[in-house]
Design a protein around this ligand. Sequence first.
Ligand SMILES: N[C@@H](CCC(=O)OP(=O)(O)O)C(=O)O
Length: 429
Amino acid sequence: MHNITNLASKPVSDRPIIVVKIGTSTLMRDRSSPRSTTISSAAGEGLEDGTVELAVSTLGLLVDTLLTLRRRKYDVILVTSGAVGVGCRELGISKRPNVANAKTSEERARILADIQAYAAVGQSVLMRTYDALMRMANQKTAQILLTSGDLSTEYQYVNAKNTISALLRMGVIPVVNENDTTATEELKYGDNDWLSALVSTAVGAQWLFLLTDVDQLYTSNPRVDPKAKPIDIVPNIESLQVNLSSNTTGTQWGTGGMKTKITAARLATAAGVRVCLIHGRYPSRVVDFVGDSPNRRGTLFEPLGRPLEIERKKWFSNCLPPRGVITISREAESLLRAGFSLHTSGVISCKDRFEENSPVSICSENGLELARGFCNYSSAYLEKYGGKSAREISKILCFPVSDIVVHGDNLALLVDITSDDSEANGFLP
Ligand SMILES: N[C@@H](CCC(=O)OP(=O)(O)O)C(=O)O
């Protein structure tokens, strides 16, 4: 069981924490291009003749920046993508395969396994590179591989947080990536921007820097719209107005894009983290922001300081699209309204297939959406054991089980808890 309240609780370190996230398109570059540019949507072609490689100079500048921050008494965490891209390069794969192109479930499973294998190869190369660069300055690193599910399950969340906390205490720089071997969904919809926001909120970071391939956020895509205007500060992300229609999908080798950065910024600012978008080729701009230099270049998203309960609702409704719907009994509904958890005995049915730890929508018998939360069990489990008590399920399975389906701490009520007429839907836009 996980505890979203904890996501914004006290930091893991006495020193301010800075999280820096670098994506594939920044850490790889096309050597054949005259300016040795970092790869763009078209530049994956370079892999065919072996000209796409790790942008070692960018990585060197990045590591140098992290070391400067450490010297200035900040703790730093690096969230890095690139395992799949680097793995493809290592194995001479010219184009990142895409599960969305699979025609059958067998083909999909094979492509997914291939991508996961490329990631396994690439991850060790990435880690060796970071380690080698940091070693030159006697800086120790540690590899942390997480899935977003790991941060949504309380005991794993606490373990991850404690491990990161211990590493920071030891002066080590944690280098975080998705655990691509198990993060099937992440590889499918892959998004380290979101993971970096989760890590930032989990550790109570002061800053999250998202390194990207443009200088800052613009009102629309500056590559196609000459009227695009740069945005320096976003005081309230809720009222941000940008046209992302031509910049949503990321590059061939990365998976993000501006849209996922804004979603990450929304999540992190909601938990009180200052988020900055800067150009990945100039990592030292991180130091400019932290030192409040007048020459700083990038976009700053100011943190929002609203009550956590509202933020949790916003987070669930904006950032975590439900994977399925659970319909619950009248009794379970009353318990939920009184602040209790949802138990298996209160589950009537579920719609859509979802895995354990998925965000779900919880509805009353008459179809009113009551709450959203993280579900501890898969839809298959709930179809089998919904309506049964812990004792009944334990008897069938022959071992003791927890009957908590959605823990009260991990649930945001979307209805007015004082009214019990199920009329008002308090769903936040
Ligand atoms: N875990 C994947 C990262 C997926 C991802 O979010 O990539 P990117 O859009 O480059 O930040 C990898 O290391 O390739």
